[in-house]
Design a protein around this ligand. Structure first.
Ligand SMILES: [Zn+2]
Length: 774
């Protein structure tokens, strides 16, 4: 391309230097006084090094106007520049190419946006952003093309078993194994980089065809055979070797694309010119797209997260969880900007209507609490609903003012909730929402409801993270390899507590059933020899959901199993995990159970009451009021920590049904199995998502108030203040806890230190508070 007297690389170099300077200046002005200066080792050295920090370590606040094909006729660049400034963004994502090009590409098949004409809208915007000192990520949306393209290169597109191309509306889906990804897209990336020198490239749909469809094109058939020696699977069959290998190979192929794109952008734009793709905040979403989150995070310097809004089931807290989960893979010193919809996204979606500000705001704040950075997202460059323009600014300003407390911090939690993408794939299979997501969500909600700080722990990081944790929770983690089971066993042997539910460890890493739980010795519970098939033990079937738990006096099982209900109670004293249920002998359940064989000495505080009719009321009496089917098994091995095994799918039920009894029982189990080792108590009414962090010399509590009429049914349109809340945090050794500041209320709080705990009061909590104890 013409270089106006300078080589593209020299031009790119000076551009990068300018960006570094601008961002360094922005970071410096973000900390107006010494108190606000970042204190962590990484941040402190970064502040000293200043411009040497690359864009992906400095640009925390982002903006994106997702350009429609109509916008070249009406894009008011001056207005958007002022909006960038008002919202304190340090980087922008600008549509460049892919499905349509927003610049005059030299590649004739790279179709220009319908109303683009000869305009270089992308280039104008990239220049404006660079002139304003912003980092630019050129946005691609790469996985489909129009009929004209398809006619020229039909062999670049994915086809089904009968050879028919996969379509997405009018478009054709390109194949990840074809020259489309290997030659065409790299040439587009090079063209964009040479024209405008963006800091990096994002891609909305880089991973191609999802898990639901198998491509049978010649490229796929050949590459699959070369890699595995097998023909492509003809059908989806999780038990077939070819299908399992196809799943693994499909993941590996996406990582090859990730690496190829990064090699391409770095070669064209220098070592900091990253290709950052796009990722989902949902593990199931990542699985459906063959995006191996652990491997991607191992490669990534920054995760651009497409996780725009909540579902009613997951709630705002899902965003805090997503931040912690991804930081657990990526590291806490790397940013995770997240696309946050300023339009009504969810059910229903209205691209051009403003999202209620309280809903948008709480989603942003919940993300901050989990270590996510803001990135406003508007679809289209012209809006008649101008209310959307007022939502982001105050939140982004607050983020800028308090940035040192929001990045480069380490979580403090004694509870680790174990997850595994392999489990989502090979145990969850086509029912991951029920088998994997709902149990995880139930545990997460129970912990948040009880104000117990936790971190998500990838199953392969159990060993790495174990030192900080008192308790691991396996929420129906069915598929576990022998090695993964061994790390959990070691954790317990060293004194760690364990809560496992449902079918945890009952399957190997491929989802093949074992004859018994691999962790049966820890559970003190086994699959009996006569149990027909290991699978499906805890499934709820239609008409069998009117079930209960019977709360037992403390009973110890005999070697041959419990005889609960057929003998008199040993004592009338109940186990501490049943605390708070003194006035009832039963609890509602709603799931089903299979029998277990128990080891000697385990405790069974609850048994199962089978289903009986609900209608008509005359029939609603227990046909079998007592069984010997354990609903909860507590084991205190001679060597090691406390273990609670829940054959009952209490976690899934709480995730689905939201019954307080289930949440309280789960919280009791956490307190018991962790030996009471929980570094935070918060007293006072309301649903509050509490995240604890530390930075050198200080301790941070980020509390998000989720108490609202719209908590479980989006959208929230009104914030409801709660308080006072009485807070007590166990202080780390290097924090003396003399003074505390409330960074939202902007005032100091009186702290009383007692036996290593700092106690203080939050008088009122509207949306969130960032409490800093130094
Ligand atoms: Zn293919």
């Amino acid at each position: 391309m013409p270089s106006k007297g300078r080589t593209p690389s020299a031009d790119a170099e000076s551009r990068r230097a300018f960006i570094r300077k601008s961002l360094a200046l922005a970071a410096a002005t973000a900390a107006p006084n010494a108190l606000l200066a970042p204190l962590s080792a990484t941040a402190a050295s970064g502040a000293a090094a200043g411009p040497s920090l690359p864009w992906y370590r400095r640009a925390f606040r982002w903006g994106q106007t997702n350009i429609t094909e109509k916008d070249p006729t009406r894009y008011d660049i001056a207005w958007w520049r002022s909006y960038w400034k008002r919202t304190q963004v340090q980087g922008v994502i600008i549509n460049a190419g892919g499905i349509v090009a927003y610049y005059p590409s030299k590649y004739p098949l790279h179709r220009r946006a319908e109303f683009l004409g000869d305009r270089d809208l992308y280039g104008e915007l990239a220049k404006a952003a660079h002139d304003d000192g912003l980092a630019v990520l050129a946005r691609m949306d790469s996985n489909r093309a129009d009929a004209a393209f398809f006619r020229v290169h039909p062999d670049w597109f994915a086809v089904d078993a009968s050879g028919r191309p996969y379509r997405a509306g009018e478009m054709y889906v390109s194949c990840v194994c074809s020259p489309y990804y290997e030659e065409y897209l790299p040439s587009i990336l090079r063209e964009i980089i040479e024209r405008s020198h963006p800091e990096g490239i994002t891609d909305n749909s880089w991973s191609g065809l999802g898990r639901g469809s198998i491509c049978y094109c010649d490229n796929c058939a050949r590459k699959f055979r070369d890699a595995t020696g097998l023909d492509l699977p003809r059908l989806k069959d999780w038990n077939a070797r070819a299908y399992r290998q196809w799943i693994k190979w499909s993941y590996a192929r996406r990582l090859e694309i990730w690496d190829l794109n990064n090699r391409t952008t770095k070669a064209a734009g220098g070592p900091d010119c990253l290709w950052v793709g796009m990722n989902s905040g949902s593990v199931s979403g990542q699985s459906g797209s063959f995006r191996d989150f652990k491997e991607i995070c191992r490669r990534a310097e920054i995760i651009m997260l497409d996780h725009q809004a909540r579902s009613d089931a997951g709630g705002f807290q899902d965003n805090g969880n997503a931040g912690k989960l991804i930081h657990g893979l990526l590291g806490w010193d790397k940013p995770i900007p997240e696309s946050m919809a300023m339009y009504q996204n969810g059910r229903p979606t209205f691209r051009l209507a403003a999202k209620p500000p309280a809903e948008a705001r709480l989603w942003m704040l919940a993300g901050f609490a989990g270590g996510i950075q803001p990135w406003w997202h508007h679809v289209g460059a012209y809006h008649e609903d101008r209310r959307a323009y007022h939502t982001a600014e105050p939140v982004m300003r607050w983020h800028k003012a308090n940035e040192p407390y929001l990045v480069n911090r380490r979580p403090i939690a004694s509870v680790g909730v174990v997850w595994s993408q392999q489990n989502t794939d090979f145990f969850g299979r086509d029912n991951a929402d029920e088998l994997v997501d709902a149990p995880y969500r139930g545990i997460m909600q129970a912990l948040i409801r009880a104000r117990i700080p936790y971190v998500p722990v990838h199953i392969d990081h159990v060993e790495r993270d174990a030192g900080a944790l008192a308790l691991l929770i396996l929420p129906n983690v069915g598929a576990m390899s022998d090695a993964q089971c061994a790390t959990v066993r070691r954790f317990v042997e060293r004194g760690g507590g364990l809560i496992a539910t449902g079918e945890s460890s009952l399957y190997d890493e491929w989802g093949d059933p074992r004859a018994d739980f691999a962790l049966a010795d820890l559970f003190g519970a086994h699959v009996p020899a006569d149990r027909k098939g290991a699978a499906g033990a805890a499934r709820r079937s239609a008409g069998e959901s009117h079930t209960y738990f019977r709360l037992s006096p403390e009973l110890r099982a005999r070697v041959d199993g419990p005889k609960v209900g057929t003998e008199p109670p040993i004592s009338g004293k109940r186990h501490p995990v049943l605390q708070g249920f003194d006035e009832t002998d039963i609890l509602p359940f709603g799931g089903t159970l299979a029998a277990l064989r128990l080891d000697s000495g385990v405790i069974v505080p609850m048994t199962f009451i089978p289903s009986f009719p609900i209608y008509p009321p005359e029939t609603a009496w227990m046909r079998e009021p007592r069984t010997d089917v354990p609903a909860l098994v507590l084991n205190e091995p001679a060597k090691g920590g406390r273990v609670a095994y829940l054959p009952a799918d209490l976690d899934r039920r709480f995730g689905r049904d939201n019954l307080p009894d289930h949440g309280n029982l789960l919280a009791n189990l956490v307190r018991w199995a962790s030996g009471g080792n929980i570094p935070l108590t918060v007293e006072g009414a309301g649903l509050v998502d509490c995240h604890l962090y530390r930075q050198p010399g200080r301790f941070i509590l980020h509390a998000v108030n989720l108490t609202s009429a719209g908590t479980w049914r989006a959208p929230v349109d009104e914030l409801i203040a709660i308080g006072p809340l009485r807070v007590a945090v166990r202080l780390p050794e290097d924090v003396r806890g003399r003074s505390a500041r409330l960074l939202v209320a902007q005032r100091k709080a009186a702290v009383r230190v007692r036996k290593g705990w700092a106690e203080l009061e939050l008088p009122s909590l509207l949306d969130h508070e960032l409490l800093v104890i130094e």
